[in-house]
Design a protein around this ligand. Structure first.
Ligand SMILES: N[C@@H](CCC(=O)N[C@@H](CS)C(=O)NCC(=O)O)C(=O)O
Length: 213
Protein backbone atom coordinates (compact mmCIF):
# COMPACT_ATOMS: atom_id res chain seq x y z
CA UNK A 1 0.00 0.00 0.00
CA UNK A 2 1.18 3.52 -0.78
CA UNK A 3 1.20 6.07 2.03
CA UNK A 4 1.93 9.77 1.66
CA UNK A 5 1.99 12.70 4.06
CA UNK A 6 -0.04 15.89 3.81
CA UNK A 7 -0.84 18.71 6.20
CA UNK A 8 -3.96 18.50 8.29
CA UNK A 9 -4.57 22.19 7.86
CA UNK A 10 -2.81 25.25 6.38
CA UNK A 11 -4.00 28.89 5.96
CA UNK A 12 -6.20 29.67 2.96
CA UNK A 13 -3.42 31.62 1.21
CA UNK A 14 -1.65 28.36 0.40
CA UNK A 15 -4.62 26.08 -0.22
CA UNK A 16 -4.00 24.28 -3.49
CA UNK A 17 -0.28 25.06 -3.39
CA UNK A 18 0.97 22.57 -0.80
CA UNK A 19 3.14 20.12 -2.66
CA UNK A 20 1.36 16.93 -1.57
CA UNK A 21 -1.02 17.99 -4.37
CA UNK A 22 1.58 16.92 -6.95
CA UNK A 23 1.79 13.46 -5.45
CA UNK A 24 -1.99 13.08 -5.09
CA UNK A 25 -2.38 14.18 -8.74
CA UNK A 26 0.21 11.66 -9.98
CA UNK A 27 -1.41 8.83 -8.01
CA UNK A 28 -4.84 9.74 -9.36
CA UNK A 29 -3.53 9.84 -12.96
CA UNK A 30 -1.82 6.46 -12.44
CA UNK A 31 -4.94 4.99 -10.82
CA UNK A 32 -2.99 3.76 -7.78
CA UNK A 33 -4.75 3.50 -4.40
CA UNK A 34 -3.09 5.33 -1.48
CA UNK A 35 -3.49 6.43 2.10
CA UNK A 36 -2.84 9.93 3.35
CA UNK A 37 -1.09 10.37 6.69
CA UNK A 38 -2.00 13.77 8.06
CA UNK A 39 0.70 15.83 9.72
CA UNK A 40 0.17 18.64 12.21
CA UNK A 41 2.30 21.69 11.43
CA UNK A 42 4.68 22.38 14.33
CA UNK A 43 6.49 20.02 16.71
CA UNK A 44 5.49 16.89 14.79
CA UNK A 45 7.70 18.08 11.90
CA UNK A 46 10.74 18.25 14.17
CA UNK A 47 10.72 14.72 15.59
CA UNK A 48 13.66 12.45 14.79
CA UNK A 49 11.26 9.94 13.26
CA UNK A 50 9.78 12.55 10.91
CA UNK A 51 13.21 13.95 9.97
CA UNK A 52 14.45 10.46 9.14
CA UNK A 53 11.67 10.34 6.56
CA UNK A 54 11.78 13.96 5.38
CA UNK A 55 15.11 15.55 6.40
CA UNK A 56 13.76 19.13 6.12
CA UNK A 57 10.64 18.45 8.16
CA UNK A 58 8.34 19.14 5.22
CA UNK A 59 5.52 17.47 3.30
CA UNK A 60 5.14 15.48 1.15
CA UNK A 61 6.89 12.23 2.05
CA UNK A 62 6.02 8.83 0.63
CA UNK A 63 6.23 5.19 1.68
CA UNK A 64 5.58 2.06 -0.33
CA UNK A 65 6.41 -1.44 0.88
CA UNK A 66 9.29 -0.16 3.02
CA UNK A 67 10.67 2.25 0.39
CA UNK A 68 10.63 5.78 1.78
CA UNK A 69 11.00 8.87 -0.41
CA UNK A 70 10.86 12.64 -0.02
CA UNK A 71 10.93 15.53 -2.58
CA UNK A 72 7.71 15.87 -4.53
CA UNK A 73 9.55 15.70 -7.87
CA UNK A 74 11.31 12.45 -6.96
CA UNK A 75 8.04 10.99 -5.72
CA UNK A 76 6.10 12.00 -8.85
CA UNK A 77 8.81 10.48 -11.04
CA UNK A 78 8.85 7.28 -8.98
CA UNK A 79 5.09 6.97 -9.53
CA UNK A 80 5.55 7.82 -13.21
CA UNK A 81 8.01 4.93 -13.63
CA UNK A 82 5.10 2.60 -12.81
CA UNK A 83 2.64 4.16 -15.22
CA UNK A 84 2.55 4.40 -18.99
CA UNK A 85 -0.08 7.09 -18.44
CA UNK A 86 2.56 9.33 -16.87
CA UNK A 87 5.81 8.24 -18.48
CA UNK A 88 5.68 6.14 -21.64
CA UNK A 89 8.96 4.24 -21.97
CA UNK A 90 9.69 5.88 -25.32
CA UNK A 91 9.48 9.35 -23.73
CA UNK A 92 11.35 8.62 -20.47
CA UNK A 93 14.35 10.87 -21.16
CA UNK A 94 12.15 13.78 -22.27
CA UNK A 95 9.83 13.41 -19.27
CA UNK A 96 12.85 13.51 -16.94
CA UNK A 97 14.28 16.50 -18.80
CA UNK A 98 11.09 18.55 -18.60
CA UNK A 99 10.46 17.53 -14.99
CA UNK A 100 13.84 18.93 -14.05
CA UNK A 101 13.22 22.01 -16.17
CA UNK A 102 9.98 22.61 -14.24
CA UNK A 103 11.61 22.18 -10.84
CA UNK A 104 14.81 24.02 -11.63
CA UNK A 105 14.70 26.44 -14.56
CA UNK A 106 11.08 27.48 -14.02
CA UNK A 107 10.44 27.02 -10.29
CA UNK A 108 13.47 29.11 -9.35
CA UNK A 109 11.70 31.95 -11.18
CA UNK A 110 8.15 31.30 -9.91
CA UNK A 111 9.22 31.05 -6.27
CA UNK A 112 10.44 34.65 -6.19
CA UNK A 113 7.09 36.36 -6.92
CA UNK A 114 5.38 33.92 -4.54
CA UNK A 115 7.86 34.61 -1.73
CA UNK A 116 7.47 38.35 -2.32
CA UNK A 117 3.81 38.02 -1.51
CA UNK A 118 4.55 36.41 1.82
CA UNK A 119 7.76 38.25 2.60
CA UNK A 120 6.68 41.76 1.60
CA UNK A 121 9.74 42.49 -0.56
CA UNK A 122 9.67 46.28 -1.10
CA UNK A 123 9.24 47.85 -4.53
CA UNK A 124 12.48 48.52 -6.37
CA UNK A 125 15.37 46.80 -8.02
CA UNK A 126 15.32 43.24 -6.53
CA UNK A 127 11.56 43.03 -7.01
CA UNK A 128 11.67 44.29 -10.59
CA UNK A 129 14.59 42.02 -11.37
CA UNK A 130 12.77 38.96 -10.02
CA UNK A 131 9.60 39.75 -11.97
CA UNK A 132 11.55 40.26 -15.20
CA UNK A 133 13.38 36.99 -14.59
CA UNK A 134 10.07 35.19 -14.17
CA UNK A 135 8.56 36.84 -17.27
CA UNK A 136 11.54 35.67 -19.33
CA UNK A 137 11.20 32.09 -18.11
CA UNK A 138 7.49 32.10 -18.94
CA UNK A 139 8.11 33.61 -22.37
CA UNK A 140 10.68 30.91 -23.19
CA UNK A 141 8.38 28.16 -21.94
CA UNK A 142 5.50 29.59 -23.97
CA UNK A 143 7.69 29.42 -27.09
CA UNK A 144 8.08 25.67 -26.54
CA UNK A 145 4.33 25.25 -26.04
CA UNK A 146 3.56 26.98 -29.34
CA UNK A 147 4.04 23.68 -31.15
CA UNK A 148 2.40 21.28 -28.71
CA UNK A 149 -0.36 20.97 -26.12
CA UNK A 150 1.82 19.59 -23.32
CA UNK A 151 5.39 20.25 -22.27
CA UNK A 152 6.95 17.05 -23.65
CA UNK A 153 4.73 16.46 -26.69
CA UNK A 154 1.06 16.28 -27.68
CA UNK A 155 0.16 14.09 -24.71
CA UNK A 156 0.06 14.68 -20.97
CA UNK A 157 2.93 13.24 -18.88
CA UNK A 158 4.31 13.49 -15.34
CA UNK A 159 6.34 16.53 -16.41
CA UNK A 160 3.05 18.43 -16.83
CA UNK A 161 2.10 17.71 -13.21
CA UNK A 162 5.33 19.38 -12.13
CA UNK A 163 5.22 22.25 -14.64
CA UNK A 164 1.55 23.05 -13.99
CA UNK A 165 1.90 23.03 -10.19
CA UNK A 166 5.00 25.21 -10.46
CA UNK A 167 2.96 27.68 -12.55
CA UNK A 168 0.21 27.60 -9.90
CA UNK A 169 2.69 29.31 -7.57
CA UNK A 170 2.05 32.48 -9.62
CA UNK A 171 -1.72 32.42 -9.12
CA UNK A 172 -1.87 35.70 -7.20
CA UNK A 173 0.08 37.59 -9.85
CA UNK A 174 -0.81 38.54 -13.43
CA UNK A 175 2.31 36.82 -14.80
CA UNK A 176 0.52 33.77 -16.18
CA UNK A 177 -2.43 35.63 -17.72
CA UNK A 178 -0.02 38.03 -19.45
CA UNK A 179 1.49 35.05 -21.32
CA UNK A 180 -1.59 33.56 -23.10
CA UNK A 181 0.18 30.38 -24.24
CA UNK A 182 1.14 29.62 -20.65
CA UNK A 183 -2.33 30.49 -19.35
CA UNK A 184 -3.98 28.12 -21.87
CA UNK A 185 -1.51 25.33 -21.05
CA UNK A 186 -2.02 25.79 -17.30
CA UNK A 187 -5.82 25.72 -17.67
CA UNK A 188 -5.59 22.61 -19.90
CA UNK A 189 -3.59 20.74 -17.25
CA UNK A 190 -5.78 21.81 -14.33
CA UNK A 191 -8.93 20.75 -16.21
CA UNK A 192 -7.92 17.10 -15.85
CA UNK A 193 -10.26 15.03 -13.65
CA UNK A 194 -7.28 13.62 -11.70
CA UNK A 195 -6.17 17.14 -10.75
CA UNK A 196 -9.68 18.11 -9.71
CA UNK A 197 -9.97 15.02 -7.51
CA UNK A 198 -6.54 15.62 -5.93
CA UNK A 199 -7.37 19.26 -5.21
CA UNK A 200 -10.82 18.45 -3.82
CA UNK A 201 -9.28 15.86 -1.47
CA UNK A 202 -6.64 18.32 -0.24
CA UNK A 203 -9.21 21.08 0.32
CA UNK A 204 -11.65 18.73 2.05
CA UNK A 205 -8.96 17.79 4.56
CA UNK A 206 -8.25 21.47 5.29
CA UNK A 207 -11.96 22.20 5.70
CA UNK A 208 -12.46 19.25 8.04
CA UNK A 209 -9.53 20.29 10.21
CA UNK A 210 -9.90 24.07 10.16
CA UNK A 211 -9.29 25.58 13.60
CA UNK A 212 -12.41 26.81 15.31
CA UNK A 213 -12.28 30.47 16.34
N1 LIG B 1 11.39 20.63 -2.50
C1 LIG B 1 10.41 20.08 -1.59
C2 LIG B 1 9.72 21.24 -0.93
C3 LIG B 1 8.69 20.77 0.07
C4 LIG B 1 8.01 21.96 0.73
O1 LIG B 1 8.40 23.15 0.53
N2 LIG B 1 6.99 21.66 1.52
C5 LIG B 1 6.28 22.72 2.18
C6 LIG B 1 4.82 22.64 1.84
S1 LIG B 1 4.58 22.95 0.12
C7 LIG B 1 6.42 22.54 3.69
O2 LIG B 1 6.29 21.46 4.21
N3 LIG B 1 6.71 23.66 4.36
C8 LIG B 1 6.82 23.72 5.77
C9 LIG B 1 8.22 23.87 6.23
O3 LIG B 1 9.12 24.04 5.43
O4 LIG B 1 8.38 23.82 7.48
C10 LIG B 1 9.42 19.20 -2.34
O5 LIG B 1 9.15 19.52 -3.51
O6 LIG B 1 8.92 18.20 -1.78
Amino acid sequence: MIRMTAYKWVPTAVHGLVRDLRVRWALEEAGLPYEVQLVERGPEQATAEFRAWQPYGQVPAYEEDGLTLFESGAIVLHIAEKSEALMPKTLRAQVLQWSLAALNSVEMATMLPMLMRFGGVPDGAPRDWALDFCRARLRDTAAVLKDRDYIVCERFTAADILMATVLSELRDTDLVEKEPGIAAYHARCLARPAYKKALADQLRTFAENAPTA
